[in-house]
Write a protein that binds this ligand. Structure first.
Ligand code: C2E
Ligand code: MG
Ligand code: MG
Length: 763
């Protein structure tokens, strides 16, 4: 307990005032005494009293003052004692806190009751003991470093029971009374230090855990600020840890395709996306795109703020491996085409869609004709390469929505989706047959191959995959029996018309291969002179049963199934060779004109084919003219202009055929790079009877001339027509009036006889 050193009201002063009053009275009395002897008794008393009065009054006043002073001093001491007691009480009440004062030597002069719980000592036991017994820190030395402020140290003080206690020892100067030179508090901080240590340990183990995680981990704020990360994430994203500190999530992993990582995190943090594993693509610092698997957990972080815990694992390698395995499982290793399993799955899907009421579909089975022969004679390596090339041709020949699969060996399967009618599958089947009808370059040699196709259509030929494939297979065998290089439908699919058309089509394939096609030459005559200026090459089919068939019977079918390309190229080659023969025989110069089908006209390989044929046949390109119908040219004017120009660039002439049927405005004509304009026979037919036709023909001739073109009138059958055309200034005429289309031999004879044709020139 506090000990006091006798500070208090001045009792000595009170005594002094009393003594002064008595002594003063005595001295005064003694000084007045001689005079008093002369006085009478009463005077003496009076004088004595008079002399004493001021002194007594002075003493009384002094005593009063002293008494008042003492009273107030007592009061303030009581107040101070009360305050001190309160303070001491408060200090005593502080749990595990010991308030102390110490003298200049560092010995406790006052200690609060907290000493009991803190160190196990009664306060009285500590008073007088040196602080140095508990700590190596000397209060004087500590305070001396900066006397103006309080100093805090942490250390271990020994409890009375011998156990160490972790305390915070605070010391400062003061209070400079009662001999206290230092004061301060000693507080038990064991619990806090333990918690802190635990926290530190937890934090460290957390960081260790973060580091030892196999996945990349990022902790971000809802605004995308990166708060913590591990080194795996640095490896995944290709950043240095120091770089991450300054980055946001959006900068760190910019979005690739779809939603960004940031938007996913935001959605997760605010509950808009469900938990789970998300697959994303992110960009590394070096720009490489990686596949990652992302999971995001979120947790609140104060009011209205949440954090995201993002775990990222790089699955690029795994994904590639899976894809590779998938590829191996789903694709044929030789051709890269999907395999049988994939096709069966696709057919199952198509069945489901078809049963749901949507469109029909077809399954086509192809087998290469005579493939075994190739394999046996040229070896498996050649056979393999042939299969690869054939697979490529099949894929290129079909629209993108068709699925081509290898079924094994030289068998392929095609799924034709979205069929409006069974007949619609004919186009695809024809394209497949045509796609391998030109030779393939395999191992440095040119190989001829062909395919037979069997077509089965859902639901006519079967309502499940197995039946459809089986029916397609037997149809394919029928196609083979019919000579191969063709297609057959499973019987139930086609109506009679379609079957007839199919028969013609299959016959045509044989015709092309069997040399049943031939070229006729129809002269075009200079109206003024009757001289044969040119021959138009017109294809004919010398059918073994139906006789000579005109193009109208088969060209449209060939245009549908793509075989027209073969025919046109064949006719072109024939015509060029014929022209060269005429030149070689000195029967020229005469122009041959060859018709190009609309389908071939827009074909990418066409120009190459023309160039090759012109070179191979050594025809004079100036004596070759290629005809394109007005309708074909109008399908895509820009392309047509460009193709015609490229034909011109080869030195080959160009003509616009059947002019007047395509409803093009006459003005458009000037856009096409042309040499010749052929007025359609229907106008010529009516030119003498129909005024409109007459004025059209007249206008076309004038316009053609204005554009510097040679104008030919087609289908001239009558003298009247010829006269009118001559009158209108038409340059050339073609028609039965002069001749029917002629065989090559007949045309040669005509040329060799220098025959002039037409009115006034007739032979
Ligand atoms: P085109 O190119 O307009 O050929 C002229 C057609 O009119 C020929 O019919 C010809 O025989 C016919 N013709 C000519 N003068 C007369 C006449 O005075 N009276 C009648 N009634 N007809 C006459 P063709 O040979 O039947 O050819 C028809 C169409 O077939 C050709 O019309 C042409 O567009 C196409 N064509 C012919 N050969 C080929 C070919 O090799 N390839 C392609 N893609 N199409 C061809
Ligand atoms: Mg023509
Ligand atoms: Mg024509």
């Amino acid at each position: 307990m506090r000990t006091r050193s006798g500070e208090g009201p001045p009792t000595a002063l009170l005594w002094f005032a009393t003594v002064l009053a008595i002594v003063g009275s005595g001295v005064t009395f003694a000084l007045e005494l001689p005079a008093w002897g002369e006085l009478r008794g009463v005077d003496l008393v009076d004088r004595g009293l008079v002399a004493l009065v001021p002194l007594i009054l002075l003493s009384l006043a002094l005593m009063f003052l002293v008494a008042t002073w003492r009273r107030s001093a007592r009061r303030s001491r009581r107040r101070a004692d009360r305050a001190e007691a309160r303070m001491a009480g408060i200090a005593d009440d502080l749990p595990d806190v010991m308030v102390y004062e110490a003298d200049a030597e560092g010995r406790f002069s006052y200690v609060s009751a907290g000493s009991r719980s803190l160190l196990g000592y009664e306060p009285e036991e500590l008073v007088g003991r040196a602080i140095a017994e508990f700590t190596a820190e000397e209060p004087a030395a500590v305070v001396a470093t900066d006397p103006a402020r309080a100093h805090t140290r942490e250390g271990t003080w020994e409890h009375k029971d011998g156990t160490p206690r972790t305390v915070e020892f605070q010391v400062q100067r003061g209070p400079d009374r009662g001999g206290a030179a230092f004061r301060g508090v000693v507080r038990d901080v064991g619990a806090r230090v333990a918690v802190e240590a635990e926290l530190r340990d937890t934090h460290e183990s957390f960081l260790v855990m973060l580091e030892s995680a196999q996945n990349g981990i990022l902790i971000v704020s809802s605004a995308g600020k990166i708060q913590l990360w591990n080194s795996v994430i640095c490896d995944i994203l290709g950043y240095e840890p120091t770089e991450l500190r300054r980055m946001t999530l959006s900068e760190l992993a910019p979005a690739v395709g779809g939603g960004s990582l940031m938007s996913l995190v935001t959605a997760r943090i605010w509950g808009a996306a469900p938990p789970g594993l998300y697959e994303k693509q992110i960009t590394r610092s070096d720009g490489e795109v990686r596949d990652v698997e992302v999971s995001i957990s979120t947790y609140p972080l104060g009011d209205n703020e949440r954090s995201g815990w993002i775990e990222i694992s790089d699955i690029t390698d795994r994904k590639r491996a899976t894809e590779r395995i998938q590829q191996l499982a789903d694709y044929d290793h030789l051709t890269g085409l999907p395999n049988r399993q994939v096709m069966e799955g696709a057919i199952a899907d198509a069945l489901e869609r078809a049963q749901a009421g949507r469109r029909s579909f077809a399954v086509m089975l192809m087998d290469l004709d005579r493939f075994k022969l190739v394999n046996d004679t040229l070896g498996h390596a050649v056979g393999d390469e042939l299969l690869q090339q054939v697979a490529r041709r099949f894929v290129e020949a079909l629209p993108d929505d068709h699925l081509v699969a290898r079924f094994g060996g030289d068998e392929f399967l095609v799924l034709v989706p979205n069929l409006a009618s069974p007949e619609a599958a004919m186009t695809s089947a024809g394209a497949l047959v045509a796609s391998v009808s030109t030779p393939l370059e395999v191992g440095g040699r040119s190989l001829h191959t062909a395919t037979s196709v069997g077509v089965a259509v859902y639901p006519h030929d079967g309502e499940d995959a197995a039946t459809l494939i089986r029916r397609a297979d037997s149809a394919m065998y029928r196609a083979k029996e019919l000579g191969g290089s063709g297609y057959q439908f499973a019987t139930a699919s086609l109506d009679a018309d379609s079957q007839h058309r199919l028969n013609i089509e299959n016959d045509l394939r044989a015709a092309i291969e069997g040399g049943e096609l031939t070229v006729y030459y129809h002269p075009e005559v200079e109206i003024e002179t009757g001289r044969i200026e040119s021959f138009e090459a017109l294809v004919r089919w010398d059918h073994p049963v139906h006789g000579l068939l005109p193009p109208a019977e088969f060209v449209p079918i060939l245009e549908d199934n793509g075989l027209i390309r073969l025919v046109d190229e064949w006719v072109l080659r024939e015509a060029c060779e014929q022209n060269r023969r005429w030149r070689d025989a000195g029967l020229g110069p005469v122009v041959v004109s060859v018709n190009l089908s609309a389908r071939l006209f827009s074909n990418e390989g066409m120009l190459e084919a023309i160039r090759a044929i012109v070179e191979e046949t050594s025809v004079d390109p100036n004596l070759l003219e290629l005809e394109v119908t007005e309708t074909a040219a109008l399908q895509n004017v820009e392309d047509a202009v460009s193709i015609l120009k490229q034909i011109n660039d080869l030195g080959v002439r160009t003509a616009l055929d059947d002019f007047g049927t395509g409803h093009s405005s006459l003005v458009r004509l000037k856009e096409f790079p042309l040499n010749t304009l052929k007025i359609d026979g229907s106008f010529v037919h009516n030119v003498t009877t129909d005024e409109d036709a007459g004025s059209i023909v007249s206008g076309v001739i004038a316009l053609g001339h204005a554009l510097g073109l040679r104008v030919v009138a087609e289908g001239v059958e009558h003298e009247r027509q010829l006269s009118l055309l001559r009158h209108l200034g038409c340059d050339l005429a073609q028609g039965y009036l002069f001749a029917r289309p002629l065989t090559a031999d007949a045309a040669t004879t005509l040329l060799s006889e220098h025959r002039r044709l037409g009115q006034g020139f007739a032979a």
